[in-house]
Design a protein around this ligand. Structure first.
Ligand code: PRE
Length: 280
């Protein structure tokens, strides 16, 4: 039976590139890739056992946390992270006419934001229209002379589009971290661990007390981010990544035990290896 991996479709997204690279890093030889519409659907496909794994973007070097992924992880806090991969993101403007005729630019909101400076300078009058993914934008502009998509060069080839400009991302080192998610047992040993927690109450020092657990164990936090709890204004869920020293194999279980009584809800997504892809 092939391993079924859910990803943000259609074919040609950065999510697909990340899925293929992560499957290779995991040594999976027989894989079937399942394109889904929207990140919520990707995570739900895995949670409802429609897939064996799922690949989602979690953080971009320019735009920060991918909120749809963070919210889906909190909603499915029994899922685990098997591996992380950082992918270079280089966007192209793709279409079928010429740059001067473009009046509408379609793409995923993250991609539009990553190219906002270029768009303001080169196509200030063009309408920016959000789509569910970059490759969906490429699919939608095919055949039009006045619509263009921001997507990868690979998506352009996939949908028979010409390259009107490349690269169009504002920051040359634009990168996105993707996660390979799974159901079942979470690992306790790896390079890094991801946790999310809500506090019992909004009281002075509550977050400080939780973060002190990391400091007391000498653990370095490589990311902290908050999302609204969605229950009350001013109430938050905190997402934290912690580097795990190889010489402290019990670090994650000790940390979880120390944090549990301080948190209303603690989700631990497990420990996992993290790597970076140099050429995308
Ligand atoms: O639309 C895609 O191609 C995606 O894989 C989504 C996504 C994202 O959500 O961040 C992934 C990488 C880039 O940062 C832009 C878009």
């Amino acid at each position: 039976m092939p391993t079924r991996i859910a990803y943000l479709g259609p074919a040609g997204t950065y999510g697909e590139q990340a899925s293929r690279a992560l499957a290779e890093l995991e040594g999976l030889t027989e894989v079937s890739f399942l394109p889904c519409v929207g990140l919520r659907a990707v995570v739900e496909c895995l949670a409802q056992a429609g897939a064996d794994a799922a690949v989602v973007p979690v953080e971009n070097s320019v735009e920060g946390g991918v909120t749809a992924t963070l919210d889906a992880l909190w909603a499915h806090s029994d899922l685990g992270i098997r591996r992380a991969l950082v992918l270079p993101i280089r966007h192209a403007l793709l279409g079928s006419g010429s740059l001067q005729d473009v009046t509408e630019v379609l793409s995923h909101p993250q991609a539009l934001a990553q190219c906002s400076g270029w768009l303001a300078a080169q196509l200030p009058q063009a309408l920016q229209l959000p789509t569910s993914s970059t490759a969906e934008a490429a699919r939608m502009v095919a055949g039009s002379r006045f619509r263009a998509a921001i997507a990868s060069r690979k998506a352009g080839l996939e949908h028979g589009l010409e390259e009107l400009a490349y690269p169009v991302n504002d920051v040359a080192g634009n990168r996105t971290r993707f996660l390979l998610l799974h159901r079942g047992e979470r690992r306790l040993e790896g390079d890094v661990a991801s946790l999310a927690f809500s506090m019992h109450r909004n009281a002075p020092g509550a977050l400080l007390e939780a973060l002190a657990c990391l400091a007391e164990q000498g653990l370095n936090m490589s990311r902290i981010e908050s999302r609204p709890s969605k229950r009350e204004l001013g109430e938050y869920v905190f997402f934290v990544d912690v580097e795990l020293p190889a010489q402290q194999p019990e670090a994650l279980s000790t940390l979880v035990a120390a944090l549990t009584p301080l948190c209303e809800h603690l989700a631990h997504f497990g420990a996992y290896p993290s790597s970076e892809l140099v050429s995308g």
